[in-house]
Design a protein around this ligand. Structure first.
Ligand code: ZN
Length: 398
């Protein structure tokens, strides 16, 4: 008789925890994932994956071959992480009580615990369970543990372009707090350059201070544009914030001749890059009407970046029956139906969705702890996720 996933996970609890701790203990900031990718590859081999490849970027790709005739599933998770910032012992992977984070039960603490080495470790461990329990799926069970997700997605893009590492269904393991995520808003980056005229800072009246001119516009973006950004019933509200500012020439005693600031906007299908571009242009034109010295331009234009349309995604349950199937499988493992939602942040799921592949999301950890000094994951959620991944794979791959 086949051992159940819950029994197997209970018996392999220490192994599962050790695998996740080993992943966390290898630092892997974006662009330096090679050592961690090798570590994940090692764990895949130990788990009994039929083929394992680690590419030059450190992306680890493992396959448990199916017996043919079933749909394949690709589990995608990223191994890179954002800078450690002020974290104490970020690579300790300490097992501790979650109370100090306001989390119930035992947790594993460390950079990338929730974003998202717990997801990656659960993907590998689910493979170990399938292999160990002698469960032969019909479709392939594939795991892509990729780098550079936090800086644009070069890892996932490489596994798609160079290795055609794809499947009929994709599961993204980014933190969902054990809910079922079906998509997220798009992401747009624009910057505005404001021109002035430099002069000696001891006589500022001789020049035009580009930094002052920029702050005038920033105030209007914040007070006038942001409040009227639209909402979408599915994706929620469009968000926009200013994240960086720099001046030229950047000297203590020179009135700046140029000021450039960066805008991060998370959008919905009813607010495209073109809409944002035109709104910013209109605000600039209006400001120039009020202030004859005001000169600014938006770069890059959406046309240069090819960003004329929505670049988020949504896997509609009405179009893709696999959503319902995944829901049933997750319910079987968790004992309750998962809540359906969209992520607040963006994921590599968009690359697969753009190819027309249905993408679903499920992962341990809470969004609110990602990228914070409280990065941690509940042990119980991590272990349950192994069961969930195995259940989803069995349902999808047959
Ligand atoms: Zn992430």
């Amino acid at each position: 008789m086949t051992v159940s996933a819950s029994d197997w996970v209970r018996d392999h609890r220490d192994d599962a925890i050790r695998v996740l701790q080993e992943f966390i203990r290898v630092p892997s900031p974006s662009g330096q994932e090679k050592a961690c990718g090798e570590k994940v590859g090692e764990a895949m081999r130990a788990a009994g994956f039929d083929t394992v490849k680690v590419d030059a970027l450190g992306d680890a790709m493992g396959v448990l071959k199916g017996s043919r005739g079933g749909r394949s599933i690709l589990m995608n998770g990223h191994i890179d992480h954002v800078p450690v910032g002020d974290m104490v012992d970020p690579y300790s992977a300490r097992l501790m009580d979650g109370a100090s984070f306001g989390t119930k039960g035992e947790v594993i603490y460390g950079r990338a615990a929730c974003d998202m080495k717990a997801g990656v470790a659960a993907m590998v461990m689910a493979g170990a369970y399938l292999k160990d329990a002698g469960i032969k799926l019909r479709g392939d069970y594939k795991v892509a543990a990729v780098g550079q997700e936090e800086v644009g997605g070069a890892g996932t893009v490489s596994t798609i372009d160079k290795d055609q590492f794809l499947a009929d269904v994709v599961l993204i393991g980014e933190a969902t707090n054990m809910d079922l995520a079906l998509g997220h808003r798009g992401s747009m980056k624009m910057s505005i350059t404001v021109k002035g005229r430099s002069c000696h800072a001891s006589a500022p009246e001789r020049g035009i201070n580009a930094l002052y001119k920029a702050t005038d516009l920033i105030t209007r973006i914040r007070n006038e544009l942001v409040p009227r950004l639209p909402s979408d019933p599915l994706f929620g509200k469009v968000s926009l914030t200013i994240t960086m500012i720099e001046v030229k020439p950047g000297a203590f005693n020179v009135v700046p001749e140029e000021c450039r600031f960066a805008i991060d906007c998370r959008n919905t299908p009813n607010y495209t890059a073109e809409n944002l571009y035109h709104d910013l242009q209109a605000l600039i034109a209006d400001q120039a009407g009020r202030d004859p010295e005001f000169k600014a331009s938006v770069l890059p234009t959406p046309l240069i970046r090819g960003e004329r349309t929505f670049n988020g995604f949504y896997t509609d349950p009405a179009t893709y029956p696999v959503v319902k199937e995944a829901e049933t499988a997750i319910k079987g493992a968790l004992g309750k139906a998962p809540k359906k939602k969209v992520w607040t942040f963006a994921t590599d799921g968009k690359f697969y969705s753009w190819l027309g592949i249905p993408v679903i999301g499920f992962g341990p950890g809470e969004e609110q702890f990602a990228h914070t000094e409280k990065d941690h994951v509940r042990v119980e959620d991590y272990l349950k996720t192994i069961e969930v991944y195995a259940a989803v794979a069995r349902r999808v791959c047959g």
